[in-house]
Design a protein around this ligand. Structure first.
Ligand code: SUG
Length: 451
C-alpha cells in the first residue's frame, strides 16, 4: 500500500465576490440578495483558514479564482462591442441579471469544482477528476470549462491523473461534484468506500420529490461519475437526499453530513430511508474496509434541521491530524448557536469520539452566500508520488501566505454593490490581480485574457 494524505484545495475568493441572490434553494444566498459585499473581507479569512490548516500540518492546496465577469459567456449570450468594456455596458443596460450571473465569484466553493477519486480506489490505479457541470444554476454552470483547465494544469501527469470532461447530458446529468460525495477508508492509501448522494433520479423520478426547491444532483450523474472513475461496484453506495432536507435549504448534502476515515456525522433527516442508508453504509464499510464504522446521527430534538442549516454545523471540515486524532473546523455561526456549540463541545469531550479539537472560524462573507468551511475546499487524497508531481507553489506555505495577503490587500475592493458590477474598471482590476496571482502560485497562463 502507498502512503497517502488528504490535501484540501481551497478556492481563493475572487475579486468580484458579491450578493446577487442567484441560488434558489440556498437560503443564505437568497436572504442576502443585493446587500453590499466586501471582496477583501471575504478573501482574507479564506486565506487565514488555509493558513490555519497548513499550520496544523495538513497539505493545503490553492485553486485560483476564475475570470469574472466572464466576457466569453457575455459574448456567447450575444452582447457585442469593440471592447470588453462595451460588452459589460450593454449587458448592464439590457440584462443586469445576466451580468450578475456572469460576475459571480462562486468558483471559490471548490467542493463543487469536481468529484475526485483517489488512485487506491480506481481499477486502473490512477486518480480521477470529473469537473462538476453545475447545470442547475446558470452562474455556476459557467465554471466547468475553466475548472477543467485549472485541474489539468495542476494535476498534470497522465500516468497518475485522469481528467474526464464535465458530464454532458444537460438536466438529466446535473452534477454538483464533491459536495455530494464522501469517501470513507481505514487509511487514505487503502481502497475505500465512496458514498454518492443525489437529490432525484431524472429518468425514473420518485413520487415524493422536494416541493419547493430543486434537487441539484441526479442519480444518473452520480452513477456516471462512479463508472468513469472505474470504481468497483462493491465500493460504491448511492443514497438519496431527504426531500424534507432539500426543502429546508439543504441544497447540497455537505450541509447535513460530513465524513472522514471510518467516521460519519449526519443529521437524522439527511437521507430518504435513512435507517437503511446507514445500515448499508456500516455493513459495506465493514466488509470492504475491514474495520468498524462509527456514525453519529444527530437528532432533530438536539439540533433542528433549521439550526443545522443556519449554523452550517455539518459543513465543518473534519480533518485527520498527524497524531491520528481528528479536529473539527466549524464556522463561527456554530459557536453562536447554543445547541450546536454544546453538541460540538460534547463531541470533543467524548472519549469514544476521535474528535479532540473544535476550532471556530469566521467566514461571514462566504457564509452569507451559503458557503461554509467545507464548501471552500476540494479534498484530494494524494500518495507520495502523486504529491511529488505537483509544484510546491500549488500549496500554501509560510513564504507565499504573506504574498497572497498582500496581493488581496492591493487588488481587492473593500466593498461591492450590485451597481458596481456594471463598472468596467472591475474587470480591469480583476485581470490585473489574476495575472499577478498566476506568478505567485506558479500556475503559468491559465486565463483566456492572457492569451
Ligand atoms: O452553489 N452560492 C453557492 C454556495 C455553494 C456552497 N457549496 C457547498 N455546499 N459545497 C451555491 O449555491 C450564491 C451566489 C449569489 O447568490 O450571489 C452561490 O452561488
Amino acid at each position: 500500500m502507498a502512503r497517502a494524505h488528504e490535501a484540501n484545495f481551497d478556492g481563493l475568493v475572487g475579486p468580484t465576490h458579491n450578493y446577487a441572490g442567484l441560488s434558489i434553494g440556498n437560503l443564505a444566498s437568497v436572504g442576502h440578495k443585493a446587500l453590499v459585499s466586501s471582496p477583501r473581507a471575504a478573501a482574507l479569512p479564506g486565506l487565514k483558514k488555509m493558513k490555519f490548516l497548513a499550520d496544523l500540518g495538513l497539505d493545503q492546496g490553492i485553486l485560483p479564482p476564475q475570470e469574472r465577469p466572464s466576457i466569453i459567456a457575455l459574448r456567447q449570450f450575444g452582447f457585442t462591442g469593440h471592447s470588453d468594456a462595451n460588452v459589460i455596458e450593454k449587458a448592464a443596460q439590457e440584462a443586469p441579471e445576466l451580468l450578475a450571473a456572469c460576475s459571480s465569484a462562486s468558483s471559490m466553493w471548490t467542493a463543487n469544482a469536481a468529484t475526485f477519486s483517489p488512485s487506491a480506489d480506481s481499477r486502473d490505479g490512477r486518480a480521477h477528476f470529473t469537473p462538476a457541470n453545475l447545470y442547475n444554476k446558470l452562474h455556476r454552470s459557467l465554471e466547468a470549462g475553466q475548472t477543467a483547465r485549472i485541474l489539468k494544469k495542476i494535476f498534470n501527469n497522465d500516468a497518475l491523473f485522469v481528467h474526464h470532461p464535465p458530464l454532458c447530458g444537460g438536466n438529466v446529468m446535473r452534477d454538483e461534484g464533491a459536495a455530494n460525495h464522501t469517501r470513507f477508508c481505514s487509511s487514505y492509501g487503502e481502497p475505500g468506500l465512496q458514498l454518492f448522494v443525489y437529490g432525484a433520479s431524472a429518468l425514473q423520478p420518485e413520487k415524493n420529490g422536494p416541493a419547493q426547491f430543486p434537487a441539484r444532483q441526479t442519480l444518473e450523474a452520480s452513477q456516471a461519475v462512479a463508472r468513469l472513475h472505474r470504481l468497483s461496484p462493491d465500493r460504491v453506495l448511492f443514497a438519496r437526499q431527504s426531500p424534507t432536507a432539500i426543502d429546508a435549504g439543504v441544497f447540497h448534502n455537505d450541509v447535513v453530513s460530513v465524513g472522514n476515515g471510518n467516521y460519519f456525522l449526519c443529521h437524522e433527516q439527511a437521507f430518504s430511508d435513512q435507517k437503511q442508508v446507514l445500515e448499508n453504509l456500516r455493513n459495506r464499510f465493514e466488509t470492504v474496509c475491514g474495520e468498524s464504522f462509527q456514525c453519529i446521527e444527530v437528532a432533530a430534538t438536539e439540533v433542528s434541521l433549521e439550526a443545522a442549516v443556519a449554523s452550517y454545523l455539518f459543513n465543518c471540515q473534519l480533518i485527520r491530524l498527524n497524531d491520528d486524532s481528528m479536529a473539527v473546523i466549524a464556522p463561527a455561526e456554530c459557536e453562536q448557536t447554543p445547541e450546536v456549540k454544546a453538541f460540538l463541545q460534547n463531541l470533543a469531550a467524548d472519549t469514544d469520539s476521535p474528535v479532540d479539537e473544535v476550532h471556530f472560524i469566521d467566514l461571514r462573507e462566504s457564509m452569507s452566500n451559503g458557503g461554509g468551511p467545507a464548501c471552500l475546499r476540494l479534498r484530494v487524497v494524494l500518495n507520495e508520488e502523486e504529491k511529488k508531481s505537483l509544484l510546491p507553489e500549488n500549496f500554501l506555505t509560510n513564504e507565499n501566505y504573506p504574498l497572497l495577503v498582500d496581493w488581496v490587500n492591493r487588488h481587492y475592493r473593500e466593498s461591492l454593490a450590485q451597481n458596481d458590477l456594471a463598472d468596467p474598471l472591475l474587470l480591469e482590476e480583476s485581470r490585473k490581480a489574476l495575472d499577478e496571482l498566476c506568478n505567485i502560485i506558479g500556475i503559468g497562463s491559465i486565463y483566456p485574457f492572457q492569451k
